[in-house]
Structures are given as C-alpha cells and as structure tokens.
Design a protein around this ligand. Structure first.
Ligand code: F6R
Length: 242
C-alpha cells in the first residue's frame, strides 16, 4: 500500500475506536507520535473532524516524547508540532493533552516522569499507541540499550538520531542531546500498538526490527514479543523484507 492509503486506514481505525468508546460514555486514550511519519494520519483525522463530524471531546492524548531541554514555543518543539498538525484543528479539550514537559529543571524530571506514567495508568492505560521508527531502531526516543521494562524517563539521543534531526535545527550541534520519552514498558502496556514506516530510508531498519534477533541494540525488535502490534508499511519500507 501507499503512505496515503495506509494513513487513511489507520485514521479510520482510530475514528471507529473513538466513536465506539464515546457511544458507551468512555474516553479514548491515545498515545501519539510526532515526526514525518504520522503527518498524513493527522491530516486525515482533521478531515474526519471537519467533514464527517468526528469529535475529539472524549479523547485524552499522551505524546511519546519531547526534546530536553525544549521550550513549547520553539519551532522544533513537539508541542508546536502537535498543535500545528492536529490539536489546533480538532475539538480536543486542552486539559486532555499531555506532552512531556521539556522546560523542567533537571531535579524535577524524575518525579515528573513517574507522574506521567501514573496518569496513564490511572486512566486505565492507552487504548492505542501510534509509533514511528527511527533509523537507530528507536521507538519513542528509546535508543539502543533501552531496557524492555523501561518507563518514562530522561534519555540521551543517539548521534544518528541527532543527525537525522539536524535539518529542523539548522545543524546537528543545535539538536538537544537529551529527550524525555515514554519507556518501552510504557508503550507495551497499550492495548494496541500500530507502528508505521514509509520510504526506502526505513527499509533496512524495518528488516532488522521485524526479522532480526530480539535485542536491546535494536529496541523496535522488542515489538516481536508483543501480541497486539500491527506494523504498517508502504512498499518501499517493506522492500527488504524476505
Ligand atoms: C517521535 C518519535 C520517534 C519518531 C521516529 C521517526 O515522537 O517518537 O520515534 O517516530 O524518530 O521519525 P520520522 O517519522 O520523522 O521518520
């Protein structure tokens, strides 16, 4: 399939979950990703809201990650990204939006991460987690070396991840060296996980993630152990699979 078709399908799936939960008076808890991968998905969700009456009033969102340090007003912040691509265009209540806070002093981060994790748990866990994949094999910003039971925490970004982000920051030296990310364990607690990847650029890491040995050196391989995972690829990203 193409990125466009796949994104439309995932949006329709999300829309069905939201509607079904809303009908029985329940909230839908969504784990969301940023980056280039989910852009068309968010575009389609905005279209479903504007043209087909899909309401986000009962959606509670938790984003996977944010650079650290990062001001929400900076053009590279994930707060900006989410507002621009989704939140500004739908009726999600502002208090339902959660994105890791990149402005906290270091001394407050540990406690903050525990509370982020706890909030998700108290709400009964995520109904669906959307994931992209980095060329290091990261999901969220869980870089190589991340433990399978890791929780929300402050992490160091891989050199390759910082290089891949260098365009948005006008040079690798301007890319933060750290981020706050949900852990692999956090992601695994979601009822359903959808990982999406598009383009030739992702073909070799997708091969490792799907067919490689499960190992902390490619964190996405942990998904091989999860039962509720769907991996959605376009033709190019799937091109190295056997
Ligand atoms: C973003 C995130 C990352 C990205 C990954 C792919 O919130 O958690 O894991 O999904 O770096 O980024 P793109 O989609 O820009 O190729």
């Amino acid at each position: 399939t193409s990125e466009m078709e796949a994104s439309t399908e995932v949006a329709a799936h999300i829309s069905r979950i939201i509607k079904k939960n809303s009908e029985s008076g329940k909230n839908t808890k969504l784990g969301l990703a940023t980056g280039s991968t989910p852009i068309l998905l968010y575009k389609e969700l905005v279209r479903l809201h504007k043209k087909e009456g899909l309401s986000f009033k009962n959606v509670i969102s938790f984003n996977l990650d944010e650079y650290y340090p990062m001001s929400p007003d900076a053009s590279q912040s994930y707060v900006k990204f989410m507002n621009e691509h989704l939140f500004d265009h739908v009726d999600i209540p502002e208090e339902n939006i959660h994105i890791p806070d990149g402005t906290l002093p270091k001394s407050k981060i540990h406690e903050y991460c525990l509370s982020y994790e706890q909030k998700i748990n108290e709400l009964g866990g995520l109904d669906l987690q959307i994931l992209g994949i980095g060329r290091t094999g990261h999901i969220g910003f869980n870089e190589p070396g991340s433990a399978p039971n890791s929780g929300t925490r402050l992490v160091n970004l891989d050199d390759l991840t910082r290089r891949d982000a260098s365009r948005e920051f006008g040079g690798k030296e301007n890319v933060p060296t750290k981020a706050i990310t949900m852990g692999i364990g956090t992601i695994f607690k979601a009822k359903e996980i959808i990982l999406m990847a598009w383009s030739k650029k992702k073909a070799s890491i997708i091969k490792k993630a799907v067919e490689g040995r499960v190992s902390g050196s490619v964190p996405a391989t942990y998904l091989q152990h999860a039962e509720n995972v769907e991996i959605i690829l376009d033709k190019a990203a799937a091109s190295e699979l056997t």
